[in-house]
Design a protein around this ligand. Sequence first.
Ligand code: ZN
Length: 202
Amino acid sequence: MKDIEIIPSILREVIEKISELPGYGEKSAQRLALNLLNMPRGEALQIIKTLFDMLEKIHPCVECGLFTEKEICDICSSEERDRSVICVVEETFDAFAIEKTGKFNGLYHVVGGRLSPLEGITPEDLNIDKLIERVDKGNIKEVILATNPTVEGEATASYIYNLLKNKNITVSRIAYGLPFGAVLENADDFTLAKALEHKTPI
Ligand code: ZN
């Protein structure tokens, strides 16, 4: 008797596609697909519609890389921000976490990930050139490296530090308060505020 493929091909394709996302294995892809199939169809379609809207409307800010609905994000276009300080983060949600502390009034720069030889992520894959360009344009006095205190985050910070160290600006690294291996997005406001307060020049 011939083997029959019991999983419908569309479902197989969905699981395959979702498993291509970083952080999603086959099991979590299956769970997501099943959750959607088990939901009332209207609710599931609403989720898909929201995802569709997000993909149509949200783009990285051309200046800093924060995800925004506008060409230039609200922070970059604000008159109230200190335009001489740039806080470098891995991802948009790290910037949002710092923003929530209310302790930072400068601009951001999202590099869009972290250096990781294991995952094949090299400097060319990150939004680093644009950061150097922003610094070279002048008016920047300080760059705060707020990548995550993980092995990859440290490697990213030190790579950027080396590009900036001769540029006659202060380069700082957030440190105090954040345990090594922590992820900014998950840190509580107090810890994150402390980490910013006790940033140290490198
Ligand atoms: Zn921006």
